[in-house]
Design a protein. Structure first.
Length: 669
C-alpha cells in the first residue's frame, strides 16, 4: 500500500482516531517488547456518514526513515485492531492513519445493489473512474493492470453480469488497497514508541551470592577465583544470571559490625554497600576479592557455563570514599558543617553518605555516575541491579539509561525499588528493564491473584516486567520464618512460574535459612551483609535438586517464559491457588496448582477454563505433572487435587489434549 501522506488540510479530514492502546501516559513513555514479539494495537476509528473507512498501522525501527504499514481490521463498535512484529533490538515507533475509502464504499454498496437487483451501468462507470484515479497513483506495472481492469468494467461487449464479477473480484480489491486516495487521511497526533530489548529482559533466572563468602574453607575471605569454583553448582541448578552485591572497597569509618551493630570489631568486614575507601571507589575492586583481571576472568568463565554476571550499582558513598574529599559539594552538609549521613528515622546509617543531586554541580555528578556504568560495561558487564533507584531523581535515571543504551542497547537494568506502586511503575516507564515487586509479601490466594492480575491484565504489563524474589539479604519474610522447608519450596514454585523473571538470594534460600535477628524483624540473624559466612551447600537437606528441577521445567516450557498469558482458574479452597500460562502459538500449555499452606495437607476441586487456554471443551485430556512425572487423565469440568506440603507442595502440569485418529485409537497432542 502506498505510504499515507501527511495531512494537508485538517478541516477536510473526516475520520476520528482516539482511545489508542497501548499508549502510555499519552505517548510520553514507550512500551516494552523483545525480538519476535507482536505489538497489538487497538483504536476507536470512525467518521461521519455511511462511507467505508480504512485504517492502517504505521511502524518503523528508529534506524529506518520510511514507515512500513499494515492494514487494521474492524471488530465491533468502531474498534479497530492490528499488529506488527518487532525483530531488532532498539526502538520502534508506531502510529495510525485512517481515511474515507471511496473504492471500498463503492464495492460494498455495489454488492448490496446486486443482492437487491438494483445495479446499473452507472455503477460500472463510477467504479471505472475510481480505478482510473488509482491508476494515477500506481507504479508502472500496477498502473497497466489497473487500466485493464477499468476497461473490463466498461467493456460493452461483456454482459453486465460479467462486469459485476470483475468489479467484485478480490484481485482488483487487493490492487486498489495498495493505492488508496489518502489526500485527506487523518494521521494520529502521537508517534508512540516501543523499546525492544534482548530476550533475557523477558526471561531470566537470577542467583545472588556474596563473593567474599565463597572461600573453600571457613575463616577466609573469598575471592573471584573462589566464585569460579561455585559456577558449576549454580549452573547445575539452572540459573543464567549470577548477581554480585557491590565488589568495591568498603569504608572503615563508621563501619557496621555483625548484625548491623554500630561499633565494628577489628575483623568485621563491613557492609559491601558502604562503598569507598583509600583503595578507591565505584571503579575499584575490594583488594581481597582479587584484581580487575580476576574479575574479567570470572565474567568469561561464567559465560562458559551460560551465566551472565550482574553487578550491583549503588550510588552512595562511605565516609572514606574519594568523592568525599575530591567533590565535597556532591554531598549535603548539616549546619555544623558535617556531611549528612543516610537516615530513615529512627534508623541511622552513619556508614553511608547519600549523594546530593540538588548540588549546583549536578551535571558533573551525572556524568561521573554514568562513567561508572560505562566502566563496568567495558569490563564485560551487561546487566546491572540498581540499588534503591527511587531515592535518586527520576529524570537522572531516564537520562542515564537512555544514554547507555545509545551505545549498548543490550544492557539490562533491574530496579531494586521496594517503594510506593506509582514510583515503581514510573521507574519502569523511564527505562528500567525489570523491577523488583511486592511478591515477597503477597501470600494469600486473594493477594496473589489481585496483584498479578494488576501486573498482567492491565496496562501495567506493557511496561513493567516484575522480577520475583522470595528472599533477599534484606528480606526474610514471616512466611519463610515459620513455614519451614515447605514454605521455601512453595515460594520457589510461585516465583518461578508466576514470573518469567525471578531470583533467589542463593545459599540462604537453598539451605532454608529462616532465622530472624529478632521477633517481628525481616533481618537475618548473622546477616551476610555484615559478616563473611561459609555455606555448606552440599548438605543433604539442600533444595538444590528441587530448584534444578523447577528451572529445567522453565527452560523446557515456553509457556513459562512470558508473563502476559498468566490467567487464574477457580478452586473451591482458598489454600489452593491455580493458574495457567501458554506459549504464543498455544502449543505449550502449563497449569500450576500450589498449596499455600506450608503446614497442612490441602485438597480442592479445580475448574479450568479450557476456552481461556485456547481449546474447545473436550471430554478428557492428560495432565502431566512435570515435578513428579505423574500423569492424570482429567475430564472437562471439575478435577480433584490433593497436595502435601512436606513432599510436593505444588503440581506443574503440562496439558496434553486427546485427539481421535482415523485408525480408531487415541493419542495426546
Amino acid at each position: 500500500m502506498r505510504q499515507v501522506s501527511n495531512m494537508l488540510d485538517e478541516e477536510r479530514c473526516r475520520v476520528v482516531i482516539e482511545s489508542v492502546e497501548p499508549e502510555i501516559d499519552g505517548g510520553l513513555f514507550p512500551i516494552k517488547r523483545i525480538p519476535g514479539e507482536a505489538v497489538r494495537v487497538e483504536a476507536d476509528v470512525f467518521g461521519d456518514g455511511h462511507e467505508a473507512i480504512s485504517c492502517v498501522l504505521m511502524f518503523r525501527h528508529e534506524q529506518e526513515k520510511q514507515w512500513r504499514q499494515t492494514a487494521m481490521e474492524l471488530s465491533v463498535n468502531d474498534r479497530w485492531h492490528g499488529a506488527f512484529v518487532v525483530t531488532e533490538i532498539g526502538r520502534y515507533f508506531y502510529t495510525l492513519a485512517a481515511y474515507v475509502d471511496r473504492f471500498k464504499s463503492w464495492r460494498r454498496d455495489l454488492l448490496k445493489k446486486v443482492e437487491a437487483a438494483q445495479h446499473t451501468e452507472l455503477d460500472m462507470a463510477a467504479g471505472a473512474l475510481l480505478i482510473e484515479a488509482a491508476n494515477q497513483r500506481a507504479a508502472d506495472a500496477d498502473a497497466k493492470e489497473l487500466r485493464a481492469w477499468a476497461r473490463k468494467l466498461q467493456a460493452k461487449n461483456h454482459s453486465l453480469a460479467d462486469r459485476i464479477g470483475y468489479a467484485l473480484d478480490s484481485e482488483l480489491a487487493a490492487l486498489l488497497e495498495k493505492y488508496p486516495d489518502t489526500s485527506f487521511a487523518t494521521r494520529y497526533a502521537n508517534e508512540l514508541a516501543v523499546v525492544v530489548e534482548r530476550d533475557k529482559a523477558r526471561f531470566s533466572s537470577w542467583y545472588e551470592i556474596f563473593p567474599r563468602s565463597c572461600a573453600a574453607a571457613p575463616g577466609r575471605h573469598g575471592s573471584f577465583r573462589d566464585c569460579e569454583r561455585c559456577l558449576p553448582h549454580i549452573a547445575a541448578m539452572g540459573f543464567d544470571t549470577l548477581y554480585l552485591p557491590p565488589i568495591h572497597p568498603i569504608g572503615r569509618a563508621q563501619r557496621k559490625g555483625k548484625n548491623n551493630t554500630g561499633a565494628a570489631e577489628a575483623d568485621d568486614p563491613g557492609s559491601p554497600w558502604g562503598i569507598g575507601a583509600a583503595e578507591g571507589g565505584h571503579k575499584a575492586i575490594h583488594p581481597e576479592l582479587g584484581s580487575l583481571d580476576d574479575f574479567r576472568r570470572l565474567v568469561m568463565k561464567a559465560k562458559e557455563y551460560g551465566i551472565e554476571i550482574a553487578l550491583d550499582i549503588a550510588f552512595q558513598c562511605s565516609p572514606d570514599h574519594p568523592y568525599v574529599t575530591q567533590h565535597p559539594d556532591w554531598f549535603r552538609h548539616r549546619p555544623d558543617g558535617s556531611i549528612q549521613y543516610a537516615e530513615n528515622p529512627p534508623k541511622k546509617y552513619q556508614d553511608i553518605y547519600p549523594l546530593d543531586f540538588d548540588t549546583n554541580e549536578w551535571r558533573e555528578l551525572w556524568r561521573e555516575l554514568k562513567s561508572v556504568v560505562d566502566y563496568w560495561i567495558d569490563q564485560g558487564v551487561r546487566i546491572f541491579r540498581v540499588d534503591n533507584p527511587h531515592t535518586k531523581p527520576l529524570p537522572f535515571w531516564q537520562w542515564l539509561i537512555a544514554e547507555v543504551k545509545k551505545d549498548h542497547a543490550e544492557t539490562i537494568f533491574l530496579a531494586e525499588a521496594f517503594t510506593r506502586p506509582k514510583v515503581m511503575y514510573r521507574l519502569a516507564k523511564l527505562g528500567f528493564s525489570q523491577s523488583y515487586s511486592y511478591f515477597a509479601w503477597r501470600n494469600t490466594k486473594q493477594e496473589l491473584t489481585e496483584y498479578f492480575r494488576e501486573l498482567t491484565e492491565t496496562e501495567v504489563h506493557e511496561y513493567f516486567r516484575p522480577n520475583l524474589w522470595p528472599n533477599t539479604p534484606d528480606i526474610l519474610t514471616e512466611y519463610l520464618q515459620f513455614g519451614g522447608r515447605p514454605a521455601f519450596m512453595t515460594r520457589l514454585v510461585l516465583a518461578a512460574t508466576l514470573g518469567a523473571n525471578y531470583g533467589i538470594y542463593g545459599p540462604a534460600f537453598e539451605l532454608c535459612d529462616n532465622q530472624a535477628r529478632e521477633p517481628g524483624s525481616e533481618e537475618y540473624l548473622n546477616s551476610e551483609k555484615y559478616q563473611i559466612k561459609h555455606w555448606h551447600t552440599d548438605r543433604a537437606d539442600s533444595l538444590k535438586e528441587f530448584i534444578a528441577r523447577v528451572n529445567r521445567i522453565r527452560r523446557e516450557n515456553a509457556a513459562l517464559q512470558n508473563d502476559s498469558s498468566l490467567r487464574f482458574h477457580n478452586t473451591d479452597n482458598d489454600q489452593i491457588i491455580c493458574y495457567s500460562k501458554q506459549s504464543a502459538d498455544r502449543a505449550n500449555v502449563v497449569v500450576v496448582v500450589v498449596n499455600l499452606d506450608p503446614h497442612h495437607v490441602q485438597s480442592a476441586w479445580l475448574s479450568l477454563d479450557l476456552k481461556t487456554l485456547g481449546f474447545d471443551v473436550q471430554p478428557s485430556y492428560q495432565a502431566h505433572d512435570l515435578l513428579t512425572g505423574a500423569r492424570f487423565l482429567w475430564q472437562a469440568g471439575k478435577n480433584y487435587v490433593e497436595l502435601d506440603p512436606r513432599s510436593a507442595p505444588a503440581h506443574v502440569f503440562r496439558l496434553r489434549w486427546r485427539v481421535r485418529r482415523e485408525q480408531d485409537f487415541d493419542y495426546f497432542s
